[in-house]
Design a protein around this ligand. Structure first.
Ligand code: XIL
Length: 450
């Protein structure tokens, strides 16, 4: 039979006709009537309403083996180093976007979304910033956020506004850094500046070792995000780096972590996935966990081939050094293709709450900190409660001039400060101006739990 142009059946129509025929024949088409299984990570993730991305190094864009895989498999990219502070503002107020712009141009030409990484971080700071402190640093950081987010306005879908601001270990508090020492509100200040500079970008907090739901660090970040949502600080998403190694293996409660954060009203992303020796099971589980959480919008692996990895000796990625697909690749693709995905709006698992703090007393101990000619620091560590109010009194004419890692209120005299925990851990601190009295030191009056 000859077919003329009018009656020729396009592949799409053929599919449709096939489905109609199948229906007519009484076959169940539910799943088989859905889109065909994707043959690449990006296409398959897109069918599930997700992205599948990779970190990209500008220096490798000239390697055709690299770009062949990049363009075929991924629909999202994160510049691996090119948008970090040392790269984009190497001298103060002199911005340098060449390598970042190259990655963004490649992404745009190939229909990939870009995650900006990262605007404010304690690491990979230019040397001029490393030496700064106080309001000078705070202002320089905010200027950086504003300038960089403005430069990329409309081109970056998500920003990792702040990276790695929480400490490892048991306290669940903030990491000490020059940025943290500018005051506990530096994170929210960065988010507000980013929102003002690029109102359409989704703003994320990104960290590592936040995968295990019961870890204090995970809980600390969770409480910060909860607090931000309650107070209207502009945050849209949380990134889980998920660099799984011997010391931080894929935890069985990872899905609980993702769904608990999602239940706060933020999207969640797996942002820097790599797993030592690329075990098939762990890669499959991570993929299934993301698919099981409606607000888990995508997965980014931290590099394409093992030879591209920052941990190349651990062979943690989905392609080997020759660019061949590894077993973990097959497992991820199969999971993406087989996975079902809950419709948006499906309630996520309600988060297991942390044990409510007992009401009653706690202990606060003061440790003297740095002393200058006109002022000195004090840090206070609280034990026996996770939320608390510590009353501190000072001697006139001394005056507390700044505080960190707590929410202070004052009595009428200004000499008695009540410091309440704000979710940033069990240590707070403050600076006292001597105002002529260099010998008096603050007294802890009381510690109340709850
Ligand atoms: C890494 C890069 O992969 C390396 O090339 C660079 O030398 C150091 O930084 N957490 C992050 C990423 O947020 O920016 C880091 O990337 C890996 C850990």
């Amino acid at each position: 039979m000859t077919v003329n142009a009018k009656t020729r059946v396009t592949p799409r129509r053929a599919l449709l006709l096939g489905a109609v025929a199948a229906l007519a024949a009484g076959m169940v088409v539910g799943v088989t009537g859905a889109a065909q299984a994707g043959t690449t990570l990006g296409a398959s993730a897109a069918e599930k309403g997700r992205f599948f991305g990779t970190a990209v190094a500008a220096g490798r864009l000239g390697d055709s083996a690299y770009t062949t895989i990049l363009n075929r498999e991924f629909n999202q990219v994160t510049p691996e180093n090119e948008m970090k502070t040392d790269a984009t503002e190497p001298q103060q107020n002199q911005f340098s976007y060449g390598n970042a712009d190259r990655i963004v141009a490649h992404a745009r030409a190939n229909g990939m979304q870009v995650r900006g990484h990262t605007l404010a971080w304690h690491a990979q700071q230019p040397s001029w910033m490393q030496g700064m402190s106080g309001s000078t640093l705070r202002n320089a950081m905010l200027n950086h956020v504003t300038q960089v987010a403005t430069h990329f306005r409309g081109q970056v879908a998500w920003w990792d506004v702040v990276n790695e601001a929480f400490a490892d270990g048991g306290g669940g508090g903030r990491r000490d850094s020059n940025l943290q020492r500018t005051g506990n509100d530096w994170i929210e200040a960065a988010f507000r500046a980013a929102r003002a500079a690029d109102p359409n970008a989704q703003l994320c907090y990104n960290d590592y070792n936040t995968d295990n739901w019961t870890d204090a660090k995970t809980q600390g970040v969770y409480r910060m995000v909860q607090d931000f949502k309650q107070r209207g600080v502009p945050i849209d998403c949380v990134g889980f780096q998920s660099h799984f190694t011997g010391g931080s293996n894929y935890p069985s409660n990872y899905r609980t972590t993702l769904s608990s954060f999602a239940a706060l009203g933020v999207d969640v992303h797996i942002t820097e996935l790599d797993i030592r020796n690329a075990p098939v099971d762990a890669y499959r589980n991570v993929t299934n966990d993301c698919l099981a959480v409606a607000r888990c919008k995508g997965i980014t692996v931290w590099g394409i081939r093992d030879s591209d990895s920052w941990r190349s000796s651990e062979s943690p990625l989905l392609f080997n050094g020759s660019g061949q697909k590894k077993s973990a690749y097959d497992a991820v693709l199969a999971a993406l293709n087989n996975g079902t995905t809950p419709p948006t709006g499906t309630p996520t698992t309600p988060p297991p709450t942390t044990t409510p703090p007992p009401s009653g007393s706690c202990t606060a101990s003061a440790t003297p900190g740095q002393v200058w000619g006109d002022r000195y620091n004090t840090s206070v560590t609280v034990s026996g409660a996770s939320t608390w109010a510590v009353v501190v009194s000072i001697t006139s004419p001394q005056k507390i001039s700044s505080t960190w890692s707590g929410s202070p209120t004052w009595d009428g005299s200004g000499l008695v400060m009540t410091m309440r925990s704000n979710g940033s851990g069990d240590t707070f601190g403050f600076t006292t101006m001597m105002n002529g009295n260099s010998s008096a030191r603050p007294q802890i009056v009381s510690c109340t739990a709850g």
